[in-house]
Structures are given as structure tokens and as C-alpha cells.
Design a protein around this ligand. Structure first.
Ligand SMILES: [Zn+2]
Length: 198
């Protein structure tokens, strides 16, 4: 997701702000931008520490986790991802990216009714011991329900999360995935740049 003022953010999180603190137009030697944003802005990674006190923070992320083959799973459900939507082939260490109707509906503001991972599906993903779960909106858990339960089921199992993906142009199936966060010391998450090769 492009990071820009006015972009949708989780309600209560700080709005993205960008201000030139040095400006060529104003006679300074260069442009320098001061940014205000949360660690969960746009495309970002949730570290286990996001919901589990004392768990791994973003700067402890194993780099190999975010580079390699991933499985893009298409889910058409308009509400949530349930256990029956999960492929039976999932195994330990897999990277799973969910492509849902979220990728097709890009609203200007925050969409409270985004498709999320149900707590039951999160538990099944944890039991399968996948390494990484990605979703195409700002949270794996729902806005109205199952936000804490889903996050906890995944993060307490040591599964790292990528949120805010945009998968409209990415076909279902296996892809090469690269997603590297900013190395913010001790942080619960960080914005990231995600690339997919098919
Ligand atoms: Zn997050």
C-alpha cells in the first residue's frame, strides 16, 4: 500500500502525517520529510510481541522467514476465512497469503467490514504450524469480532503476520514472496515493502 496522508488506518491509530522540515522551495539545501505513522501503517508486519508481552519483537524476525515461496489462497467468502477454506496441503513452515474480496474493494476510508481470519481458522493454521500468514487488509482479526482471539491464536503460536497486502493482481497458487520490515528496535511491528513474483 502506498504510504500517504489520508490513507486508511485502524481506528484510534495515528493518522499518517508528512511534513517537510527542510525544503528546497523554502531556500533550504534539500528536502527532508518528517513522518508520523504507527508501526501498523499500510503494508506491515505484526511481530509476536504485538499481542504477547515479552515475545519476539520485529528486530528479532528471522530474515529467511520473509523471503521465499508462499502460497496465495483465494477465498471468496465476504465475511471471514473459516477452517474449511484452508487448503489441506498446509504443512509446518508454510507461508500462506489470503487473497479475499478485500483486494478488489479499495475504499477511501477504513472498511469496518473487511474479510478477516476467523479464530477457528487461526487455530487451524497454528495447529498446521505455518510460519507466516498474510492478509489483504489491515488486520487478520475482524473489526467487530475476533480481533484479539485471531491475533492471539496466531502470534502466541509464533506465527508472524503480514497485513495490508494488496493482492488484486496476484493469481492464486505458489509465488516468490519478499517482505522486509524496517528494523525498529524492540517494536511490535513495522511497515514493510512486499514484493511478489509469479
Ligand atoms: Zn498489525
Amino acid at each position: 500500500m502506498p504510504v500517504a496522508p489520508g490513507m486508511p488506518v485502524w481506528p484510534g491509530d495515528p493518522e499518517v502525517r508528512a511534513r517537510l522540515c527542510s525544503s528546497i522551495a523554502a531556500g533550504d539545501g534539500c528536502d527532508v520529510t518528517a513522518l508520523v505513522l504507527s508501526t501498523h501503517t499500510g503494508t506491515h508486519i505484526d511481530a509476536p510481541a504485538h499481542f504477547v508481552a515479552g515475545a519476539a519483537a520485529i528486530d528479532a524476525m528471522p530474515m529467511e522467514l520473509m523471503t521465499g515461496r508462499a502460497l496465495v489462497v483465494q477465498v471468496e467468502d465476504e465475511i471471514c476465512i473459516r477452517p474449511e477454506h484452508l487448503p489441506s496441503c498446509l504443512k509446518r513452515g508454510d507461508r500462506v497469503l489470503f487473497r479475499t474480496p478485500n483486494s478488489m474493494r479499495r475504499l477511501a476510508g477504513f472498511d469496518e467490514d473487511f474479510v478477516y481470519v476467523s479464530a477457528a481458522a487461526a487455530t487451524a493454521l497454528a495447529e498446521a504450524a505455518v510460519a507466516l500468514v498474510g492478509i489483504d487488509y489491515l488486520s487478520v482479526g475482524g473489526f467487530h469480532t475476533e480481533c484479539v482471539e485471531t491475533h492471539l491464536a496466531l502470534l502466541a503460536a509464533g506465527i508472524w503476520l503480514v497485513e495490508g497486502l494488496h493482492l488484486a493482481e496476484v493469481p492464486p497458487g505458489v509465488c516468490e514472496f519478499i517482505c522486509l520490515p524496517l528494523r525498529i528496535a524492540g517494536a511490535d511491528g513495522a511497515p514493510a515493502r512486499a514484493l511478489v513474483g509469479v
